[in-house]
Design a protein around this ligand. Structure first.
Ligand SMILES: Nc1ncnc2c1ncn2[C@@H]1O[C@H](COP(=O)(O)OP(=O)(O)OP(=O)(O)O)[C@@H](O)[C@H]1O
Length: 266
Protein backbone atom coordinates (compact mmCIF):
# COMPACT_ATOMS: atom_id res chain seq x y z
CA UNK A 1 0.00 0.00 0.00
CA UNK A 2 1.34 3.43 -0.90
CA UNK A 3 0.82 6.92 0.46
CA UNK A 4 1.52 9.63 -2.05
CA UNK A 5 1.26 13.37 -2.58
CA UNK A 6 1.37 14.67 -6.13
CA UNK A 7 2.05 18.35 -6.68
CA UNK A 8 0.21 19.21 -3.45
CA UNK A 9 -0.58 22.79 -2.51
CA UNK A 10 -2.10 23.78 0.83
CA UNK A 11 -2.93 27.37 1.73
CA UNK A 12 -4.02 29.27 4.82
CA UNK A 13 -6.01 32.25 3.60
CA UNK A 14 -4.07 33.75 0.71
CA UNK A 15 -0.75 32.36 1.88
CA UNK A 16 0.61 29.23 0.22
CA UNK A 17 2.02 27.11 3.03
CA UNK A 18 2.78 23.92 1.08
CA UNK A 19 4.08 24.59 -2.40
CA UNK A 20 3.75 21.88 -5.02
CA UNK A 21 5.10 18.99 -2.97
CA UNK A 22 5.32 15.52 -4.47
CA UNK A 23 6.34 12.67 -2.22
CA UNK A 24 5.81 8.93 -2.25
CA UNK A 25 6.12 7.04 1.01
CA UNK A 26 7.56 3.60 0.32
CA UNK A 27 5.99 0.63 2.14
CA UNK A 28 7.94 -0.36 5.26
CA UNK A 29 10.26 2.62 5.33
CA UNK A 30 10.95 5.10 8.13
CA UNK A 31 10.76 8.49 6.43
CA UNK A 32 11.92 11.49 8.44
CA UNK A 33 10.65 14.98 7.77
CA UNK A 34 13.06 17.73 8.74
CA UNK A 35 13.11 21.49 8.28
CA UNK A 36 13.32 24.69 10.29
CA UNK A 37 10.42 26.02 12.39
CA UNK A 38 7.59 27.13 10.16
CA UNK A 39 8.88 25.27 7.08
CA UNK A 40 5.63 23.33 6.70
CA UNK A 41 6.26 19.94 8.32
CA UNK A 42 3.05 19.88 10.39
CA UNK A 43 1.01 21.19 7.46
CA UNK A 44 2.44 18.49 5.20
CA UNK A 45 1.77 15.79 7.81
CA UNK A 46 -1.84 16.89 8.13
CA UNK A 47 -2.33 16.57 4.36
CA UNK A 48 -0.54 13.19 4.35
CA UNK A 49 -2.81 11.98 7.16
CA UNK A 50 -5.99 13.09 5.38
CA UNK A 51 -6.85 15.57 8.17
CA UNK A 52 -6.53 18.42 5.67
CA UNK A 53 -7.50 18.25 2.01
CA UNK A 54 -5.03 19.74 -0.44
CA UNK A 55 -6.05 22.96 -2.20
CA UNK A 56 -4.26 21.70 -5.30
CA UNK A 57 -2.74 18.44 -6.48
CA UNK A 58 -3.64 15.00 -5.14
CA UNK A 59 -3.25 13.18 -1.82
CA UNK A 60 -3.60 9.45 -2.40
CA UNK A 61 -3.73 6.27 -0.36
CA UNK A 62 -3.33 3.03 -2.31
CA UNK A 63 -3.61 4.99 -5.55
CA UNK A 64 -7.02 6.52 -4.70
CA UNK A 65 -7.75 10.05 -3.59
CA UNK A 66 -7.95 10.09 0.20
CA UNK A 67 -11.36 11.68 0.35
CA UNK A 68 -12.79 8.69 -1.56
CA UNK A 69 -11.71 6.29 1.22
CA UNK A 70 -13.94 7.78 3.92
CA UNK A 71 -12.84 8.67 7.46
CA UNK A 72 -13.31 5.24 8.99
CA UNK A 73 -11.30 3.42 6.33
CA UNK A 74 -8.62 6.10 6.48
CA UNK A 75 -8.37 5.74 10.28
CA UNK A 76 -7.84 1.99 9.87
CA UNK A 77 -4.86 2.65 7.61
CA UNK A 78 -3.31 5.83 8.99
CA UNK A 79 -2.54 6.59 12.64
CA UNK A 80 -1.61 10.24 13.19
CA UNK A 81 -0.11 11.61 16.39
CA UNK A 82 -0.36 15.38 16.26
CA UNK A 83 2.03 17.72 17.98
CA UNK A 84 -0.23 19.30 20.55
CA UNK A 85 -3.08 16.87 20.89
CA UNK A 86 -4.92 17.08 24.21
CA UNK A 87 -8.25 16.20 25.69
CA UNK A 88 -10.34 17.71 28.46
CA UNK A 89 -12.36 14.51 28.82
CA UNK A 90 -12.06 12.71 32.14
CA UNK A 91 -10.43 9.60 30.73
CA UNK A 92 -7.95 7.12 32.13
CA UNK A 93 -4.80 6.39 30.14
CA UNK A 94 -6.25 3.00 29.13
CA UNK A 95 -9.52 4.59 27.98
CA UNK A 96 -7.53 7.11 25.89
CA UNK A 97 -5.69 4.23 24.19
CA UNK A 98 -8.98 2.37 23.67
CA UNK A 99 -10.14 5.25 21.47
CA UNK A 100 -7.69 3.89 18.90
CA UNK A 101 -10.07 0.96 18.34
CA UNK A 102 -12.98 3.24 17.34
CA UNK A 103 -12.52 2.79 13.57
CA UNK A 104 -13.10 -0.96 13.99
CA UNK A 105 -16.19 -0.84 16.21
CA UNK A 106 -19.78 -0.96 15.04
CA UNK A 107 -23.13 -2.46 16.04
CA UNK A 108 -22.07 -5.62 14.24
CA UNK A 109 -18.57 -5.68 15.65
CA UNK A 110 -18.72 -4.51 19.27
CA UNK A 111 -15.75 -4.35 21.68
CA UNK A 112 -14.19 -7.80 22.08
CA UNK A 113 -11.37 -9.58 23.96
CA UNK A 114 -9.17 -8.95 20.94
CA UNK A 115 -9.59 -5.20 21.40
CA UNK A 116 -8.51 -5.59 25.04
CA UNK A 117 -5.41 -7.51 23.94
CA UNK A 118 -4.50 -4.84 21.36
CA UNK A 119 -4.93 -2.03 23.90
CA UNK A 120 -2.79 -3.80 26.52
CA UNK A 121 -0.10 -4.50 23.94
CA UNK A 122 -0.07 -0.85 22.85
CA UNK A 123 0.24 0.28 26.49
CA UNK A 124 3.13 -2.17 26.98
CA UNK A 125 4.85 -1.03 23.78
CA UNK A 126 5.17 2.50 25.14
CA UNK A 127 6.04 1.38 28.67
CA UNK A 128 2.81 2.72 30.19
CA UNK A 129 1.09 -0.39 31.56
CA UNK A 130 1.83 0.66 35.14
CA UNK A 131 -0.01 3.98 34.63
CA UNK A 132 -2.93 2.62 32.63
CA UNK A 133 -5.52 3.43 35.32
CA UNK A 134 -4.33 6.97 35.98
CA UNK A 135 -6.49 9.86 34.82
CA UNK A 136 -5.25 11.66 31.73
CA UNK A 137 -5.00 15.06 33.39
CA UNK A 138 -2.65 13.66 36.06
CA UNK A 139 -0.06 12.44 33.51
CA UNK A 140 3.13 14.33 32.72
CA UNK A 141 3.76 15.75 29.23
CA UNK A 142 5.97 12.79 28.30
CA UNK A 143 3.50 10.23 29.68
CA UNK A 144 0.68 11.85 27.68
CA UNK A 145 2.83 11.71 24.58
CA UNK A 146 3.44 7.99 25.09
CA UNK A 147 -0.29 7.43 25.51
CA UNK A 148 -0.99 9.31 22.26
CA UNK A 149 1.41 6.99 20.51
CA UNK A 150 -0.19 3.96 22.12
CA UNK A 151 -3.60 5.19 20.90
CA UNK A 152 -2.22 5.39 17.36
CA UNK A 153 -0.67 1.90 17.70
CA UNK A 154 -4.05 0.54 18.86
CA UNK A 155 -5.43 1.67 15.51
CA UNK A 156 -3.17 -1.02 13.98
CA UNK A 157 -2.43 1.32 11.09
CA UNK A 158 -0.35 0.55 8.03
CA UNK A 159 1.07 4.09 8.24
CA UNK A 160 2.09 5.74 11.47
CA UNK A 161 2.50 9.51 11.12
CA UNK A 162 4.21 11.20 14.05
CA UNK A 163 4.61 14.95 14.39
CA UNK A 164 7.63 15.56 16.60
CA UNK A 165 7.00 12.37 18.59
CA UNK A 166 9.97 12.82 20.91
CA UNK A 167 8.79 16.20 22.25
CA UNK A 168 8.44 16.04 26.04
CA UNK A 169 10.30 12.73 26.28
CA UNK A 170 13.47 12.18 28.28
CA UNK A 171 16.39 10.80 26.29
CA UNK A 172 15.74 7.16 27.24
CA UNK A 173 12.14 7.39 26.10
CA UNK A 174 13.13 9.35 22.96
CA UNK A 175 15.47 6.58 21.86
CA UNK A 176 13.08 3.88 23.07
CA UNK A 177 10.24 5.36 21.05
CA UNK A 178 12.27 5.68 17.86
CA UNK A 179 13.53 2.13 18.29
CA UNK A 180 10.00 0.89 18.93
CA UNK A 181 8.48 2.48 15.84
CA UNK A 182 11.47 1.31 13.81
CA UNK A 183 10.80 -2.29 14.90
CA UNK A 184 7.04 -2.21 14.26
CA UNK A 185 5.72 -3.71 11.04
CA UNK A 186 4.40 -0.31 9.91
CA UNK A 187 5.50 2.43 7.55
CA UNK A 188 6.56 5.46 9.57
CA UNK A 189 6.67 9.14 8.68
CA UNK A 190 7.97 11.32 11.49
CA UNK A 191 8.71 15.03 11.69
CA UNK A 192 11.91 15.26 13.70
CA UNK A 193 13.92 18.21 14.96
CA UNK A 194 16.90 16.19 16.17
CA UNK A 195 18.97 15.63 13.04
CA UNK A 196 21.09 12.95 14.72
CA UNK A 197 17.94 10.99 15.54
CA UNK A 198 16.92 11.35 11.90
CA UNK A 199 20.37 10.10 10.85
CA UNK A 200 20.18 7.13 13.23
CA UNK A 201 16.69 5.86 12.51
CA UNK A 202 15.44 7.06 9.11
CA UNK A 203 15.79 5.12 5.88
CA UNK A 204 15.17 8.35 4.00
CA UNK A 205 14.89 11.98 4.98
CA UNK A 206 12.70 14.60 3.32
CA UNK A 207 13.81 18.18 3.91
CA UNK A 208 11.38 21.10 3.88
CA UNK A 209 12.21 24.77 3.51
CA UNK A 210 9.62 27.53 3.25
CA UNK A 211 6.86 25.13 2.20
CA UNK A 212 8.90 23.36 -0.46
CA UNK A 213 10.42 19.91 -0.47
CA UNK A 214 14.04 20.80 -1.15
CA UNK A 215 15.50 17.31 -0.98
CA UNK A 216 14.71 13.68 -0.29
CA UNK A 217 17.16 10.81 0.01
CA UNK A 218 19.33 8.80 2.38
CA UNK A 219 20.54 10.53 5.57
CA UNK A 220 24.01 10.84 4.02
CA UNK A 221 22.55 12.50 0.91
CA UNK A 222 20.47 15.02 2.84
CA UNK A 223 22.53 15.75 5.95
CA UNK A 224 25.36 17.60 4.25
CA UNK A 225 27.19 20.66 5.61
CA UNK A 226 25.82 22.67 2.64
CA UNK A 227 22.18 21.73 3.36
CA UNK A 228 22.55 22.43 7.07
CA UNK A 229 24.01 25.85 6.30
CA UNK A 230 21.55 26.77 3.53
CA UNK A 231 18.36 25.39 5.08
CA UNK A 232 18.96 25.58 8.84
CA UNK A 233 21.56 28.35 8.93
CA UNK A 234 23.99 26.34 11.06
CA UNK A 235 27.58 25.24 10.54
CA UNK A 236 28.27 21.57 11.08
CA UNK A 237 30.53 18.72 10.05
CA UNK A 238 29.11 15.36 9.12
CA UNK A 239 31.01 12.33 10.34
CA UNK A 240 30.47 9.04 8.55
CA UNK A 241 30.81 6.01 10.81
CA UNK A 242 32.24 2.64 9.76
CA UNK A 243 28.81 1.02 10.08
CA UNK A 244 27.29 3.37 7.49
CA UNK A 245 25.63 5.96 9.75
CA UNK A 246 26.30 9.65 9.82
CA UNK A 247 26.61 11.97 12.75
CA UNK A 248 26.04 15.72 12.75
CA UNK A 249 28.60 17.62 14.75
CA UNK A 250 27.58 21.25 15.18
CA UNK A 251 30.18 23.99 15.35
CA UNK A 252 29.52 25.71 18.64
CA UNK A 253 31.14 28.75 20.11
CA UNK A 254 30.37 27.91 23.70
CA UNK A 255 33.87 28.48 25.07
CA UNK A 256 34.17 31.89 23.44
CA UNK A 257 30.70 32.87 24.60
CA UNK A 258 31.33 31.71 28.14
CA UNK A 259 34.61 33.65 28.22
CA UNK A 260 32.88 36.77 26.86
CA UNK A 261 30.03 36.36 29.28
CA UNK A 262 32.37 36.05 32.23
CA UNK A 263 34.05 39.31 31.16
CA UNK A 264 30.69 41.02 30.79
CA UNK A 265 29.33 39.70 34.07
CA UNK A 266 32.51 40.69 35.89
N1 LIG B 1 -4.09 27.52 9.98
C1 LIG B 1 -3.08 28.35 9.70
N2 LIG B 1 -3.32 29.67 9.46
C2 LIG B 1 -2.31 30.52 9.16
N3 LIG B 1 -1.02 30.14 9.07
C3 LIG B 1 -0.74 28.86 9.29
C4 LIG B 1 -1.74 27.89 9.62
N4 LIG B 1 -1.15 26.69 9.79
C5 LIG B 1 0.18 26.89 9.58
N5 LIG B 1 0.42 28.18 9.29
C6 LIG B 1 1.74 28.78 9.00
O1 LIG B 1 2.37 27.96 8.04
C7 LIG B 1 3.76 27.87 8.29
C8 LIG B 1 4.14 26.41 8.43
O2 LIG B 1 3.62 25.93 9.66
P1 LIG B 1 3.87 24.44 10.13
O3 LIG B 1 3.25 24.30 11.48
O4 LIG B 1 3.43 23.50 9.09
O5 LIG B 1 5.48 24.42 10.24
P2 LIG B 1 6.44 23.39 10.94
O6 LIG B 1 7.56 23.13 9.99
O7 LIG B 1 5.70 22.21 11.43
O8 LIG B 1 6.97 24.26 12.16
P3 LIG B 1 7.53 23.85 13.63
O9 LIG B 1 8.87 23.19 13.42
O10 LIG B 1 7.68 25.18 14.30
O11 LIG B 1 6.53 22.97 14.30
C9 LIG B 1 4.03 28.70 9.53
O12 LIG B 1 4.48 29.96 9.12
C10 LIG B 1 2.66 28.80 10.20
O13 LIG B 1 2.55 29.99 10.94
Amino acid sequence: MTLELRDVVWSAGYRKIIKNVSIRVEPGEFLGLIGPNGSGKTSLMSVLSGVRAPAGGRAMLAGRDMKKHGRRKLAQQIGFVEQQADTTDRLTAREAVSLGRTPYLSMLSPWSDRDDVIVERALGDVDMTHLADRFWHTLSGGEKQRIHIARALAQEPKFLLLDEPTNHLDIRHQLGLLELVNRLPVTVVAALHDLNHAAMYCDRIAMMCDGELVGIGSPADILTPENLRDVFGVDANIEHTADGFCLVRYHGSRRINVANKKDRVA
